[in-house]
Design a protein around this ligand. Structure first.
Ligand code: SF4
Ligand code: SF4
Ligand code: SF4
Length: 164
């Protein structure tokens, strides 16, 4: 696979405050990740769920529209430069799901597909309104992304905790 476009590194870091990409679980902090990743693509090839893709700049990105991360750790095991390093952090990432304005119940349409897909039972629909809307428990959500692809209106996004 092609090496990452190093000339874009500064641009990526410049945009970091606005929107850090969703890297693989256990990826180092963005700056360290960009320094360590060689763009070999081993993590992408190893992922059994095929939820990792190469960005235009050549770095691995988690795309929850492709499916759920099961936290199997295969991507980390495949990463010889240790840009993804399970020993570097107690948690795989600090990422949280959020349902946006397009969410159907907010427009009076009953839907609970995200709750049904969530393996952590992190999504509740409190009976406080005529059509209950999803409430995501940040203590339960592990950012796996299982709720993203099942949403019929693409209303769910994963966000870094500091950006949520
Ligand atoms: S932990 Fe497993 S499922 Fe998740 S991105 Fe890595 S290889 Fe894929
Ligand atoms: S699946 Fe999408 S539209 Fe349905 S309740 Fe969840 S966020 Fe809203
Ligand atoms: S990201 Fe995973 S754990 Fe979090 S609400 Fe969605 S399905 Fe549940």
């Amino acid at each position: 696979m092609a090496a990452p476009n190093r000339s874009r590194r500064a641009l990526l870091l410049g945009r970091q405050a606005a929107r850090t990409p969703l890297r693989p679980p256990w990826a180092l902090d963005e700056s360290a990740f960009l320094d360590a990743c060689t763009g070999c693509g081993a993590c992408i090839e190893r992922c059994p769920e095929q939820v990792l893709v190469r960005s235009a700049a050549g770095y691995a990105v988690f795309d929850p529209h492709l499916g759920e991360c099961t936290f199997c750790g295969d991507c980390a095991d495949a990463c010889t430069p240790r840009a993804i390093d399970r020993t570097a952090s107690e948690v795989p990432w600090r990422t949280l799901a959020s349902a946006g304005d397009a969410c159907l119940p907010r427009h009076g349409v009953v839907c609970s597909s995200c709750r049904d897909a969530c393996p952590e039972r992190a999504i509740a629909f409190p009976l406080s309104t005529r059509v209950p809307t999803p409430v995501i428990d940040p203590a339960r959500c592990n950012g796996c992304g299982a709720c993203v692809s099942v949403c019929p209106v693409d209303a769910v996004a994963l966000m870094h905790l500091e950006q949520a």
